[in-house]
Design a protein around this ligand. Sequence first.
Ligand code: HEM
Length: 402
Amino acid sequence: MTGKKKPAAARSALPRRAVLGGAGSGLAGLALGFAAGGGGREEPARADGGTDAPVAVPVFGAHQAGIARPATPQTFCALAVLEHTSPGASSIGEIGAAAGRAVRTATSPETCAEAGLLDGPGDLTVTIAVGPRLVAALDDTLPGATALPLFQGDEAIPAERRDGDVLVIACSSDANDAATALQHVTGALPSTRLRWTQRGFRARGQGTITRNPLGFHDGVIVPRRPEELDENVWIPSGPAANGTNLVVRRLRLDTSAFHTLPHEGQERVIGRRRTDGAPLSGGGPTDEVNLLAKTPEGELLVPAHSHARAAHPSFTGSHLMLRRGYAFDDGRRVDESGLEVHDAGLLFLCYQREQSTYVRTQHRLDEVDDLMDYVTPTASGSFLVLPGFDDDRPMGSTLAGA
Ligand code: HEM
C-alpha cells in the first residue's frame, strides 16, 4: 500500500442490490451458469461441444457482434484506434457505411476471401466504435460525446495514444484472421489514419472468466443474461439505442513486483483467492464478495484496499460493466522515459450503458485500490459502439439520420 490512498469514508456504501434494483436475482444466477451443468444458460467454451472447429458468429443483429456474442470471447484480438482527418457531422454516416460493408465482407463465408481470409471466417467478429469528437460533431448531447477525464498516471500517456475517432476490434480463435480482418476493415475506412494498434490474447476460460496476466480469475462479476445486458450495457433509447459505451485502457502491469508478494498478499490485493477466484469472504468461485464479512477480531475479510472492494459498484452507485479484456505482451523495450520495461499487461475493455460507470469506478480505484500500484496506463479512450446493423439498416444509419 502507498500513501496516496484517501479514505473512502464519505462515500455511500449502498449494497449492490439496492443500487441495481432487481439485478440481484440475475447476479445470483451468474454462479448457476458457471457451475457444471447449472442453469444451462452459459454456452460451453466451444459451442460445437469440444472440437476445434470455430463456430460462426452472426454479424447482423440488434447489437454488434463481439460484445455479448460469442459468450466466450475468442482467444485473439487485434485492435486499432484511428484518427479522422476531416471530422464533421457526416463522418459517422460515412465511416459506419464503409465499416459495415467491410465487416460484412470479412465475416461472410461467400466474400471473406476478398478480405484475405482464404479458409473461411471461422468465429471472426469485428466491432466498430466512434470517438467523442465524431459523436459531438453530430450532436453533443448524444451518449459517447464526452471524452474521458484524465485519471491517475494518464498525463504520461502520449497524446497519440489518448482518445481517437474510430476504434476497430477484430476477434477470432485464429490470430492471423483477427489481424487480417483488422487490416481489411481499417483499410476501407475513408479519411482516416492509424494512431495505435494492439494485438491481444486470452488464456483458456469459460464464458467471460479467464486467468488474467496476474494469474487471477477475471471477468467473474459481469452482466451476462439478456436482461442484465439490457439493464447494464445497451443504450436503451435514442439514435444510439442498442449501442454501448466502450472504454479501452492499455494497462501495463508490473507482474514481477506483484509476484514478489506472498500468495496471501496477492490475494489481499485482489480480494479473491488465487487458486479458484472465490471471494476472501467465503463461498464459491463465482460468488460475490461479501463486503461486510469480518474475522472474529473485526478485520474485514475483503480488505479495505483490495481491488474487488474498490471496484464494487455499491460504492459508486453505478451499474455493472461488461469487462471483456485481453492480455498483451510486447516484450521488453525502452519506454518514453528511457526506462527498460516489460511492456505487457491487460488491454482492458469494458462496455457499459453510461460512461459514468467507468469514470466513477476508475476515480475510486485511483483513491483506494492497492492494485493500481502495479498498473501503468499506456493508452486510453472512450468510444460509442455503433448499434447493430443489417442489409436494411446500414451501420451508423440511426445516428447519421438523427
Ligand atoms: C490491469 C488491471 C486490472 C486487473 C488485473 C483486474 C483484475 C480483476 C480481478 C481479478 C477481479 C475479480 C474477479 C472479477 O470479478 O472479475 C476484478 C473485478 C473487477 N474489476 Fe478489475 N482489474 C483491473 C482493472 C480494472 C479497472 C480499470 C476497472 C474499472 C475501472 C475494473 C473494474 C472491476 C470491477 C467492476 C470488478 C468487479 C467487482 C465486483 O463487483 O465484485 N478493473 N478485476
